[in-house]
Write a protein that binds this ligand. Structure first.
Ligand code: IFM
Length: 466
């Protein structure tokens, strides 16, 4: 199915990954232990007991993977640095072999004509920092600032585009509020300090990266429209509170220097013990101007007030604990991915519109993640016919194109992901890649969606085709 989509000149196509999900080699070359190594090794945490220790071995196969990116024709490749590979205990002694790996990767990308877009943090906190309080402690934000300086000073001569943290909301909700992800704290609303200290880490990193000469800096936030379960006041209020906690707690401080409600600001004051003056000073740091704003979009969420007969199955992938003021309600009448996520391309336009309306000073946006889990594998002829992924991507790119025509300033779009990889608590059971990975041999096989995306990119700019 060739695509007739046309994007403006200079629009950047890319793909995204993260270190822990693809690198493997978790004990190679002096890498320290991360919270995800420990969490994944605990029985029952990861579906099927899948281990990320070898993963898909990108650490050793990066050259092959860069060649796949080059043949795809992407302008940008978003990946993340593994903090424990570079600073095994989170601060102090630098592991040169960790920096060497990213030197090799970045140099290979640049040689292939691909712009490297690193994220500094994608959930793999060094265990030593967790043991000292993790994201519930201010010191972790300070350690992150030093880590950002180190990376900026080492790489800013070759790397122009930087993203600070990935999906602080998901890391806060699933890893700190709930126990589905590392570090598995299950603190419910008492997890709010993890939001504040990640946001502070973001702001400090922006300052440090700028000082080191970084040219374009952004953040990758997950966003989704929140659909009220009905027009009843109770459902409208529940949806509003949920949107505040998940979307706006992580965007308002960055884009307008405030928390979205007095209740949330008050909760942060109370739970962190910082003074109102210190909070105001932190918010000034957090709202350092950005050059781009990254939006990860997968699906909308439907939320209502808790009721005895409401069941959240299949919507957020987790049950919202009882006692919280909202419940997830299934979205009816939509197709779903193999992960059970609802397929609603118009939700991408909706969230872009909400961002535009909410933030008059919104920087240019990059869709830093969009994609779907479909389990298609090679047929008898070796070809991977993943038509559903092609339909998904085509529909989302059309929604994006329509919203850009309506005024959204979007400058790039990255597919999650180039390769099938370790999908956190779902292990290797969910496959998001444009490239199939055989989990026994680790052989890479481009799927039909890879060729479809390659052709779409080439059609935008035939001169660049490889
Ligand atoms: O795999 C994750 C990624 O780490 C963060 N964003 C969502 C993806 C799919 O669940």
């Amino acid at each position: 199915m060739p695509s007739s989509l046309v994007f403006p000149p200079g629009f950047r196509f890319g793909t995204s990954t993260s270190a822990f999900q693809i690198e493997g080699a978790t004990d190679a070359d002096g890498r320290g232990v991360s919270i995800w190594d420990v969490f994944a090794a605990e029985p029952g945490r990861v579906l099927g007991g899948d281990s990320p220790a070898v993963g898909i071995d990108h650490y050793h196969r990066y050259a092959e993977d860069v060649a796949l990116l080059a043949q795809l024709g992407v302008q940008d490749y978003r990946f993340s640095f593994a903090w424990p590979r570079i600073l095994p205990t989170g601060r102090g002694t630098v592991e040169k072999r960790g920096l060497d790996f990213y030197d090799r990767l970045i140099d290979a990308l640049l040689t292939a004509g691909i712009n490297p877009v690193p994220t500094l943090y994608h959930w793999d906190l060094p265990l030593a920092l967790q043991e000292a309080g993790g994201w519930m402690a201010r010191e972790t934000a300070e350690a992150f600032a030093d880590y950002a300086s180190l990376l900026g000073e080492h790489f800013a001569d070759r790397v122009t585009d930087w993203l600070t943290l990935n999906e602080m909301s998901v890391h806060t909700l699933y890893g700190h509020g709930l126990s589905e992800h590392a570090p598995g704290l299950g603190l419910e609303l008492a997890a709010l300090p993890a939001a504040h200290y990640q946001l502070l880490a973001h702001g400090l990193a922006v300052q440090r990266l700028r000082a080191a000469g970084a040219q374009r800096i952004g953040v990758a936030n997950q966003h989704f429209p929140v659909i009220p379960a009905s027009d009843d006041d109770a459902d409208l209020i529940a949806a509003h509170v949920f949107a505040d906690l998940t979307n706006w707690t992580f965007a308002d401080p960055i884009l307008r220097g405030v928390y979205p409600s007095d209740e949330i600001a008050g909760g942060i004051l109370q739970l962190t013990g910082v003074s109102p003056e210190q909070l105001a000073a932190d918010l000034r740091v957090i709202s350092e101007p950005l050059d781009v704003y990254g939006v990860n979009y997968y699906e909308p969420t439907r939320i209502g007030a808790p009721q005895a007969d409401r069941d959240s199955s299949g919507v957020l992938e987790v049950d919202i604990p009882e006692g919280l003021p909202f419940a997830a309600v299934p979205i009816e009448g939509v197709e779903r991915t193999d992960f059970g996520w609802s397929i609603v391309p118009s939700g991408l336009g909706d969230i872009l519109r909400q961002l535009r309306e909410r933030y008059p000073e919104l920087p240019p946006i990059i869709i830093t993640e969009n994609g779907a889990s479909f389990s298609d594998g090679p047929g008898a002829d070796g070809r991977v016919r993943d038509e559903r992924r092609i339909r998904f991507l085509d529909a989302h790119l059309r929604a994006l194109s329509d919203e850009m025509a309506a005024g959204a300033n979007v400058v790039g779009y990255y597919v999650w992901s180039i390769l099938d990889n370790f999908e956190w608590a779902a292990g290797f059971s969910e496959r998001f890649g444009l490239v199939h990975v055989d989990l026994d041999t680790l052989a890479r096989t481009p799927k039909d969606s890879y060729y479809w995306y390659r052709d779409l990119i080439e059609a935008q700019n035939p001169a660049r085709s490889v």
